[in-house]
Design a protein around this ligand. Structure first.
Ligand SMILES: Cc1cc2nc3c(=O)[nH]c(=O)nc-3n(C[C@H](O)[C@H](O)[C@H](O)COP(=O)(O)OP(=O)(O)OC[C@H]3O[C@@H](n4cnc5c(N)ncnc54)[C@H](O)[C@@H]3O)c2cc1C
Length: 393
């Protein structure tokens, strides 16, 4: 063995870099932490292609707790992630909230979700159509039975900047990033004994973390393990609108089309219906989604959006957990020193600060300390015990 590490993290996106950041944060510790990242340009990484929004409006308390820590972390990022002698980290956090709209068919679910969110202390208002119109005069309320507006702790930020800041801070604290691809995991006696790299090196390791985003299933397969995580393409359209929609939150229409301001432009998109959402589509924008779904919905909901121009578009992959669309986090029961952090299905960048902290706790102490992520353990899949999240965007 040429090289030995206490922890080897496969994937240096926001999740892998957050784990590395938290692991190296305590200067008194002397673990050797390696992050293996095959593409330091992050050209296809979800963290570089994310819409990077953060909300409290989930239906699962644990998702709310993860994102609540996320917003606190983002607010403090300038202090936590800046490095001596470098310009302060600026993540461009904006907090205009999320606005979910429900048709009559979705009204009961929105009410149920709201009750959970209020129990968890979230600042979310339920708005009947007249109140919705009064608060947001630019909305056409046709077909809306009820809306929920998060008035605090929700918005958007610069996700790629968060990933880079976590990465740089982790390196400053002692993590080693290697530009290489993991091509094999040697498992014997129920443990990963070696991590094989494309360069020909084999790393010996105490523990291995799979944080390889939508490619995590292929890495788990190297250890002979199945993981229900697929690469599902999502297109984001950037559009220009002459009118300024003052104070616009992140709008999620009754059918799932979403839009929000982005600098002087707006961005928007939709998750395709399940029967038109196969894995591994080419990473190219699907412009038909704009014509068929996104623009018709937005033009009807926000009359000012009837006259807009698409100026750009990009596509990225959700690391989509086909079992229950929630993170798969924590140790694998069949391989003692293998830990997972993947499957976040569209809410991973906002959860990366809390997931990184939790996984680092697990690796350091063999248990969660600040937030118990056991419900997101991989064992729920074999047990057929999904964590149902009804607010997947
Ligand atoms: C269009 C879009 C919009 C989104 N919007 C939001 C949002 O509004 N809010 C939100 O919270 N989340 C959102 N997400 C989801 C979020 O971006 C992801 O959940 C998050 O970025 C996942 O981070 P990650 O580090 O797990 O994966 P990635 O950023 O993909 O990083 C994984 C890394 O692993 C590396 N890798 C893979 N295999 C190997 C290997 N064998 N060897 C070495 N390296 C390897 C890859 O090169 C990659 O850099 C969105 C995603 C997309 C695509």
């Amino acid at each position: 063995m040429a090289d030995s590490h206490d922890v080897v993290i496969v994937g240096g996106g926001a999740v892998g870099s957050s784990i590395a950041y938290w692991l190296t944060r305590d200067a008194a510790r002397s673990e050797r932490i390696a992050v293996i990242e095959r593409d330091p340009t992050y050209a296809r990484a979800s963290s570089a292609l994310s819409a990077s929004s953060i909300r409290q409006q989930f239906s699962t308390p644990l998702n709310i707790h993860l994102s609540r820590f996320g917003i606190d972390f983002l607010r403090q990022a300038g202090t936590l992630l800046s490095r001596d002698g470098e310009p302060p980290v600026e993540l461009g956090l904006r907090e205009p909230g999320y606005l979910f709209l429900a048709s009559a068919a979705g009204e009961a679910i929105l009410r149920d979700n709201h009750a959970i969110q209020r129990r968890e202390g979230c600042a979310v208002d339920l708005l009947a159509p007249a109140a919705l119109q009064a608060r947001f005069p630019w909305i056409d309320t046709a077909g809306v039975a009820l809306a929920s507006h998060g008035t605090a702790d929700e918005g958007w930020f610069d996700g790629p900047a968060l990933m880079q800041a976590l990465r740089r801070k982790a390196i400053a604290q002692g993590a080693v990033y290697r530009h290489d691809a993991v091509v094999g995991l040697d498992v014997a006696g129920g443990r990963v004994r070696g991590v094989r790299l494309a360069s020909g090196t084999t790393l010996s390791c105490g523990q291995v973390v799979i944080a390889a985003g939508c490619w995590s299933a292929s890495v788990a397969a190297m250890a002979g393990l199945g993981l229900p995580v697929e690469a599902r393409r999502r297109t984001v359209f950037v559009f220009d609108c002459r009118a300024t929609i003052a104070g616009m939150p992140l709008l999620i229409d009754t059918g799932g089309v979403w839009a929000r301001p982005e600098g002087r432009y707006y961005i928007g998109g939709v998750s395709p219906p399940a029967d038109q959402d196969p894995p591994d589509l080419p990473l190219e924008p699907n412009h038909a989604e704009w014509d068929d779904w996104v623009w018709p919905a937005l033009a009807a909901r926000v009359p000012e959006f009837a006259a807009v121009k698409v100026v750009n578009a990009w596509a990225g992959y959700y690391e989509y957990n086909t079992f229950d669309q929630n993170g798969i986090v924590g140790p694998h029961p069949d391989v003692a020193n293998l830990v997972l952090a993947t499957g976040f299905s569209g809410h991973g960048i906002q959860q990366s600060p809390a997931v990184g902290r939790a996984v680092a706790e697990w690796l350091s102490h063999g248990r969660y300390v600040s937030l118990d992520l056991a419900p997101f353990g991989v064992d729920r899949i074999a047990a057929g015990r999904p964590v149902i999240e009804r607010n997947v965007v």
